[in-house]
Ligand binder design. Structure first.
Ligand SMILES: *[C@@H]1O[C@H](CO)[C@@H](O)[C@H](O)[C@H]1NC(C)=O
Ligand SMILES: *[C@@H]1O[C@H](CO)[C@@H](O)[C@H](O)[C@H]1NC(C)=O
Ligand SMILES: *[C@@H]1O[C@H](CO)[C@@H](O)[C@H](O)[C@H]1NC(C)=O
Ligand SMILES: *[C@@H]1O[C@H](CO)[C@@H](O)[C@H](O)[C@H]1NC(C)=O
Length: 697
């Protein structure tokens, strides 16, 4: 046969077969469970819930040891060498740090295991007692993971703290858990010195050796009574005098994770080895053929369960883990010196995890570049994008075949190069991903983006979309370690008897459900329940619905529903998701209360779009903040909200009657959003109390 015909027909037939097998596939199946009545679904993959995929492994310490023995000579942890660090001063006079980083330097699994054993022994030599807790307070890096595993080998519980947590929250978490040893980087050491007077229990600091740490170390030696030791010193001590491991059991608490909640002080979620192992086992079954040829880009906070679980999965599969940071990820990242390479271009990962905010940024970056080029490039890009979109959207022609290869080669190759060009699997979690972004990344990367839904309280376990599911806006079917149940919430108007789909509050059960909050019995009892069969369930407060194929969609949040004066319910999250689509909106918080019949909104204006509009209108203004004050601007943005609200078919009472434009973006550093970029409503409400009052005046 003519080779050209083969080249066209083989992919065509293959895509036809794939398409057939994907359509109407059941991904989750109804299941009979105990506890409160509702509509429960399990993974189609397994009938009984997964606890451990590995024989003879019941803790994370055993999982790591087994992997190190299996993959002794394979690359395990990689770190980039610092070549230069410079300060650059921008036009506005602010200075920025710019880094030039070199190649990855690797340790093998065998070497990583030795480092872990040494650190573990060193910790004991330092005088750390078994029943005391260690806190790790640092950016994501190889030492973080080594310290974690080192603690596990002595059955020491690790307290994890978000690096971006505020002073009060930091104090609270260290106080509550009576941490005696803190492992930190130099930025974090500075924060600790500032609050040293309030930390009664801390006795030792182990600082990670990095450039610039010496000034903080001498300050700490002067101003505090702590014993200060470097990470390398601890390892050396342990190497010289090894100590036997004292391994934990599955039910022992591995980690107490403090997450920045949306309200008040953070709560510490206790996680057992068994909990994390259950999640890791479930994820293993979901990532297609993961193994020692894969490379994982590690840059999300390890203090977040998504990254912690992911890295343990990578270790179990013998994957090479290369460390980086969000600020050095790509060639154009903020901290990367112009003309030098970002982490992803050097590492060229095959597997990545991401939070929606980062993917949104990638999408906006690509869009901006394409728009700026204009002309033929833009036309070609749009044409290619349109073709791929309709291919994915139901017609099978070209979905996997020849045309895809062509477009990939012509157009999308350059986009893919931003992340190194080899990503074959992208995992998104932490918050719902916009359907648009998911499609965009799917098409441009040519790699599936799978979404997970889970919470710290369920050890990230919950649901996970299949890699061959090309639908958007859903979070997939339950993972093999969890049952997911919907229960009625009559006050909110969501019932499992609703048609066309059952709806209700999402409740998650299984071996991944954690024992509860540290020293907070009351709150634990409120949201965790054990049923008559002994299964633990966590009440998420999220509202979802199950599609006929067993996939979950998150549609609302219990807390964020407010009843207006006349009795209408406004779901803040739903309205915000609809309105943020406006090009003039960077972020938005809708506010409603029972004392008024209408709602209002704080809108973080999108600078680029607003300024472009203003210059077209010939509006003069001194700076962006001034532009946001102008009546015309407010009117324009408000009009755009009405427009998108109409498209989303919002009810009249759901559309903010008045808005206030905010010029400054809401960042985790400012404490206005969580690290996963969820709004901290209470904090924002307080910060803008005057503005809100004026909107109602
Ligand atoms: C591990 O430590 C915890 C807390 O100190 C303790 O309750 C548990 O019994 C220990 N596990 C083993 C196997 O000794
Ligand atoms: C931590 O404990 C110390 C001493 O007991 C106390 O002075 C400090 O206020 C506490 N801080 C917090 C945030 O609870
Ligand atoms: C360190 O101690 C000195 C003297 O006790 C004090 O003046 C200084 O402010 C302290 N510095 C910090 C960062 O706490
Ligand atoms: C994709 O399919 C959905 C439903 O089948 C439809 O509503 C949408 O308009 C389609 N989009 C494109 C770009 O074809």
């Amino acid at each position: 046969m003519n080779p050209y015909i083969v080249a066209i027909f083989v992919p065509l037939i293959a895509s036809l077969i794939l398409w057939k097998s994907n359509n109407g596939k059941k991904r989750g199946l109804p299941v009979d469970v105990g506890g409160e009545p509702g509509y429960a679904v399990r993974s189609y993959r397994s009938i009984s819930l997964a606890e451990s995929s590995w024989e003879g492994v019941s803790t994370l310490a055993e999982l790591f040891e087994q992997a190190c023995k299996r993959f002794t000579y394979k690359r395990s942890l990689g770190t980039r060498k610092l070549i230069t660090r410079e300060m650059e001063v921008s036009q506005s006079g602010r200075s920025f740090e710019k880094l030039q980083l070199g190649d990855y330097e690797w340790v093998s699994y065998g070497e990583a295991f030795k480092a872990v054993c040494s650190f573990s022994s060193g910790l004991v030599h330092l005088g750390h007692k078994k029943d005391e807790r260690v806190a790790i307070f640092s950016d994501t890096r190889a030492e973080w993971f080594i310290a974690l595993q080192g603690c596990f080998r002595q059955n020491i519980t690790v307290v994890t703290i978000y690096a971006s947590l505020g002073e009060e929250a930091l104090c609270h978490s260290l106080n509550e858990t009576e941490v005696s040893t803190v492992i930190c980087g130099h930025k974090e050491l500075k924060k600790l010195i500032d609050i040293s007077g309030q930390l009664d229990n801390v006795k030792r600091i182990i600082y990670i050796d990095e450039e610039g740490v010496s000034s903080e170390v001498s300050l700490a030696k002067k101003n505090t009574s702590w014993t200060i030791t470097s990470f390398v010193e601890v390892e050396t001590m342990g190497r010289e005098k090894p100590i036997d491991a004292y391994l934990p059991l599955s039910a022992d608490v591995a980690v107490i994770m403090y997450t920045s909640g949306s309200t008040g002080l953070p709560k510490g979620v206790m996680m057992t080895h068994g909990n994390v192992l259950a999640t890791a086992s479930a994820v293993m079954t979901i990532v297609p053929s993961i193994g020692t040829n894969d490379i994982y880009m590690a840059y999300l906070p390890l203090a977040h369960i998504l990254e912690l679980a992911a890295e343990n999965v990578m270790v179990a599969a013998g994957v090479a883990i290369g460390y980086g940071s969000p600020l050095t990820l790509t060639d154009t990242s903020n901290k990367i010196k112009k003309g030098t390479k970002g982490d992803a271009s050097v590492l060229r990962p095959t597997v990545m995890a991401a939070v929606p905010a980062i993917l949104d940024r990638v999408r906006d970056g690509v869009r901006k570049k394409v728009d700026a080029k204009g002309g033929l490039s833009k036309k070609l890009f749009d044409a290619a994008y349109g073709r791929r979109l309709s291919a994915i959207n139901g017609s099978w022609f070209g979905a996997w075949g020849f045309e895809k290869v062509l477009w990939d080669f012509l157009i999308f190759r350059q986009v893919r190069a931003v992340l190194g060009g080899r990503v074959r699997f992208l995992l998104s979690g932490g918050a719902p991903l916009y359907g648009d972004t998911q499609r965009f990344i799917n098409i441009c990367l040519g790699a599936p983006v799978v979404q997970g839904y889970g919470l710290t309280e369920t050890c990230a376990g919950g649901t996970f979309s299949d890699y061959d599911d090309t639908s958007v806006g859903r979070v997939g079917a339950p993972v093999p370690c969890s049952y997911v149940k919907l229960i009625d919430w009559p006050e909110g108007g969501y019932l499992v008897t609703d048609s066309p789909m059952p709806r209700g509050e999402i409740v998650i059960g299984g071996p991944n459900v954690t024992p509860g909050y540290f020293k907070n019995e009351e709150k634990t009892k409120e949201v965790y329940k054990v049923d008559e069969k002994g299964m633990r369930w966590f009440y998420t407060g999220d509202i979802g619905r199950f599609h006929p194929d067993g996939c979950l969609e998150i549609i609302d949040r219990k807390k964020d529903i407010v009843k207006l004066q006349h009795g209408e319910y406004v779901s803040l999250g739903k309205v915000e998701a609809a309105l943020i689509v406006s090009p003039y909106v960077d972020n938005i918080m809708v506010h409603a209360d029972p004392f008024h019949s209408f709602c209002v909104a704080l809108v973080v204006a999108a600078q680029h779009a607003s300024e472009e509009w203003a210059s077209k209108q010939g509006i003069s203004y001194s700076d962006f903040s001034d532009l946001c004050q102008k009546e015309e601007t407010v009117k324009k943005v408000h009009e755009s909200l009405f427009l998108v609200a109409k498209q989303a078919r919002l009810d009249k009472f759901e559309i903010p009657a008045k808005i206030k434009l905010i010029p400054e973006t809401w960042t985790p550093e400012a404490g206005l959003v969580t690290a996963a970029l969820k709004l901290k409503r209470e904090v924002i409400r307080k910060a803008y109390a005057d503005d809100l009052a004026k909107l109602y005046a």
